[in-house]
Design a protein around this ligand. Structure first.
Ligand SMILES: [Zn+2]
Length: 240
């Protein structure tokens, strides 16, 4: 019995060291891993970054790009490598239209539960894909913000910086509606916000609600005087 308790404690400590501590360190504390824009938020600087995870998705991404083009809004797309490989023309379109492209892993695996070998391969596959198509990609957002002891090391080794978010509207949820997403965004967005929405994945049809909400929220933000920048344009990346 005592052996079993010691074994459980050992596993718990290993898990904490391998996954839990790195995840929360990078997600909540490490100042190098951008969560909010480091531009000084004062009343004259209403700057925000709009980001999308989990795409590209031929059902939704093009429609989001159409809307962004119509409103002259720039965004950052955190794409999943295997989806980008299937729809490279959507990535080329993002770049052509002045958006920034970043990675959201290759397979959307949960870094907390992945081995060092898997972690190494996932980052490498992203780098190779970007090189194959000539996409210049600098930022990497771990799925769910979950990492392990090796994530930061392999991110750096492959030329990526970890980047997070500080505003979510739970647009992936089956309970989300255009109204809940719009209300949350209007309440939560402040100067310096890094907004995380989804152009793919989540509950069936979820990005449809995201698109409807964006049609309300983006004109509202523009009327408030907000300016949208790509996440890579934050000065923190220039200091290194
Ligand atoms: Zn994701």
């Amino acid at each position: 019995m005592k052996k079993l308790k010691l074994l459980s404690l050992g596993i718990l400590l290993l898990g904490a060291g391998y996954s839990i501590i790195p995840t929360y360190y990078h997600k909540l504390w490490n100042p190098r891993n951008l969560r909010r824009l480091s531009l000084k938020p004062d009343s004259s600087q209403k700057v925000i970054a709009l980001t999308f995870d989990d795409g590209p998705d031929p059902r939704y991404t093009g429609r989001i790009l159409d809307l962004l083009k119509e409103l002259h809004v720039k965004a950052t797309f955190f794409v999943v490598g295997e989806k980008a490989k299937q729809h490279p023309q959507l990535i080329d379109r993002m770049i052509k239209e002045g958006h920034q492209v970043a990675f959201h892993s290759f397979e959307h695996g949960n870094g907390m539960f992945k081995t060092p070998g898997y972690t190494k391969r996932d980052f490498k596959k992203c780098r190779e894909l970007a090189r194959k198509y000539g996409w210049k990609i600098r930022l990497f957002r771990p799925p769910w913000g979950h990492t392990n002891l090796w994530s930061k090391y392999y991110a750096k080794k492959n030329g990526f910086e970890l980047a997070y978010w500080n505003v979510m509207a739970q647009d992936w949820s089956k309970h989300a509606t255009p109204v809940t997403i719009t209300t949350k965004l209007m309440r939560r967005i402040k100067p310096g916000s890094v907004i995380c929405l989804h152009d793919s994945g989540g509950a069936p049809g979820a990005p449809e609600h995201t698109i409807s909400a964006l049609k309300q929220v983006l004109p509202w933000l523009l009327r408030q005087g907000y300016e949208f920048i790509g996440l890579e344009d934050d000065p923190i990346w220039k200091r290194s």
